[in-house]
Design a protein. Sequence first.
Length: 282
Amino acid sequence: MMAGAGIITATKTYSDQKLQTVMKNSQQVAGKASVGGPFDLIDTEGKKFTDRELLGEFALLYFGFTHCPDICPDEMEKVAEVVDLVEKEVGVQVPPVFISIDPQRDTPQLVKSYVAEFHPRMLGLTGEFEKVKAASKAYRVYFNKTGDSDTDYLVDHSIIHYLIDPTGEFVTFYAKSFTAEQMAESITSNMAEWKKEHPDSYHPGKEVKMAESITSNMAEWKREHPDSYHPGKEVKVKSLTAEQLAELRISDVAEWKTEHPDSYLPGKEVKEVKVTEEESAK
């Protein structure tokens, strides 16, 4: 991704060196310097809950609202599958965190019953509007109430999961296009890298390594148990490559610009450009 003459261009490349540049620059659009930060909210028991409560483990954050008709439930079911896959593969629990962007209706009690529908370890947070707004702003979450009613309305919002590391720093994000298996593979990779860099402080005495391929393991299990494991359904390997990850991130950036032209990088054009293998080799 290169910036020039007011245009940010996402270029598909095929060499490892060029691919790393794409990954690096695409990450800088939503990198550690500009995404994430402290928050001060309320948990489902009505008690104060800050970002410091999550220190020590990787955590997965999602901003939504309990009255969301379909997208939020789908994403919550996906994240529940993600954390179970991660725990099964590496034996480490990743807290899934739901943060309400509709505190006007989402009371601690309502959020409690909502998150309980998806996963027993899912944390639900809400709070005063200004504090919810501050947390959303820190993570560059877009949300906007639609409709004039005080009780019957929807909230338009971004659909992104945020992975934070054991120190509370933003690591990466996963858009709606990511499958549970792709997210789990990415998370285990980040956990393995963190363990390598912090062997004595992060789960000391425990081996944490990246799963060879969650989707590969699922496909192998299906081959061995065709009648009992998702009968009638084809389960095949669809691992996310580094190149696919780069393309997904770049696509998400371009799509976000299309949906928020005035608030995201105003005055700049963000688009995706495909380059042939022959052109990239020049």
